[in-house]
Design a protein around this ligand. Structure first.
Ligand code: FES
Length: 82
Protein backbone atom coordinates (compact mmCIF):
# COMPACT_ATOMS: atom_id res chain seq x y z
CA UNK A 1 0.00 0.00 0.00
CA UNK A 2 1.09 3.49 -0.73
CA UNK A 3 0.48 6.24 1.82
CA UNK A 4 0.75 9.75 0.39
CA UNK A 5 0.68 12.56 2.90
CA UNK A 6 -0.19 16.01 1.60
CA UNK A 7 2.49 18.57 2.31
CA UNK A 8 0.72 21.43 0.55
CA UNK A 9 0.76 24.68 2.48
CA UNK A 10 -2.55 24.21 4.28
CA UNK A 11 -1.81 20.64 5.38
CA UNK A 12 1.74 21.59 6.22
CA UNK A 13 0.44 24.21 8.64
CA UNK A 14 -1.97 21.71 10.16
CA UNK A 15 0.77 19.22 10.94
CA UNK A 16 1.75 17.08 7.94
CA UNK A 17 5.16 16.66 9.45
CA UNK A 18 3.78 15.02 12.61
CA UNK A 19 1.59 12.77 10.48
CA UNK A 20 4.56 11.64 8.38
CA UNK A 21 6.66 11.01 11.47
CA UNK A 22 3.79 9.10 13.04
CA UNK A 23 3.45 6.83 10.01
CA UNK A 24 7.21 6.29 9.87
CA UNK A 25 7.25 5.08 13.46
CA UNK A 26 4.26 2.80 12.97
CA UNK A 27 5.71 1.26 9.82
CA UNK A 28 8.83 0.49 11.79
CA UNK A 29 6.96 -0.70 14.87
CA UNK A 30 4.92 -3.18 12.83
CA UNK A 31 7.81 -4.12 10.54
CA UNK A 32 5.81 -3.50 7.36
CA UNK A 33 8.35 -1.40 5.52
CA UNK A 34 8.36 -3.83 2.58
CA UNK A 35 4.62 -3.56 2.10
CA UNK A 36 3.94 0.09 2.81
CA UNK A 37 5.53 3.01 1.07
CA UNK A 38 5.30 6.49 2.46
CA UNK A 39 5.57 9.56 0.34
CA UNK A 40 4.80 13.26 0.38
CA UNK A 41 2.22 14.61 -2.00
CA UNK A 42 1.23 17.97 -3.41
CA UNK A 43 -2.14 19.46 -2.51
CA UNK A 44 -4.86 16.82 -2.75
CA UNK A 45 -7.68 19.37 -3.00
CA UNK A 46 -9.18 18.96 0.50
CA UNK A 47 -7.34 21.80 2.19
CA UNK A 48 -10.16 22.74 4.57
CA UNK A 49 -10.47 19.26 6.06
CA UNK A 50 -7.32 18.87 8.08
CA UNK A 51 -4.24 17.00 6.97
CA UNK A 52 -5.21 14.94 3.95
CA UNK A 53 -3.67 11.66 2.91
CA UNK A 54 -4.23 9.08 0.21
CA UNK A 55 -4.24 5.37 0.95
CA UNK A 56 -3.53 4.07 -2.54
CA UNK A 57 -6.26 5.97 -4.40
CA UNK A 58 -8.56 6.64 -1.46
CA UNK A 59 -8.63 10.10 0.10
CA UNK A 60 -8.74 10.28 3.90
CA UNK A 61 -8.96 13.65 5.64
CA UNK A 62 -8.60 15.00 9.15
CA UNK A 63 -5.31 13.35 10.10
CA UNK A 64 -3.51 14.61 13.18
CA UNK A 65 -0.59 13.47 15.24
CA UNK A 66 -2.96 11.73 17.62
CA UNK A 67 -5.13 9.77 15.21
CA UNK A 68 -2.43 8.47 12.92
CA UNK A 69 -2.25 5.24 14.91
CA UNK A 70 -5.97 4.64 14.63
CA UNK A 71 -5.97 5.20 10.87
CA UNK A 72 -2.91 3.01 10.46
CA UNK A 73 -4.26 0.14 12.54
CA UNK A 74 -7.77 0.27 11.06
CA UNK A 75 -7.12 1.14 7.44
CA UNK A 76 -3.56 0.22 6.57
CA UNK A 77 -2.68 -2.90 8.55
CA UNK A 78 -5.73 -4.95 7.50
CA UNK A 79 -4.86 -4.30 3.83
CA UNK A 80 -1.23 -5.17 4.30
CA UNK A 81 -2.06 -8.39 6.15
CA UNK A 82 -4.62 -9.68 3.66
S1 FES B 1 -2.87 21.52 1.13
FE1 FES B 1 -3.37 19.46 1.65
S2 FES B 1 -5.20 19.09 0.59
FE2 FES B 1 -4.61 21.07 -0.05
Amino acid sequence: MRISVCVGSSCHLKGSYDVIEGFKKLIEEYGVGNDVSLEASFCLGHCAEGVTIKLDEEIVTGLKGDNVRKVFEERVLPEVRK
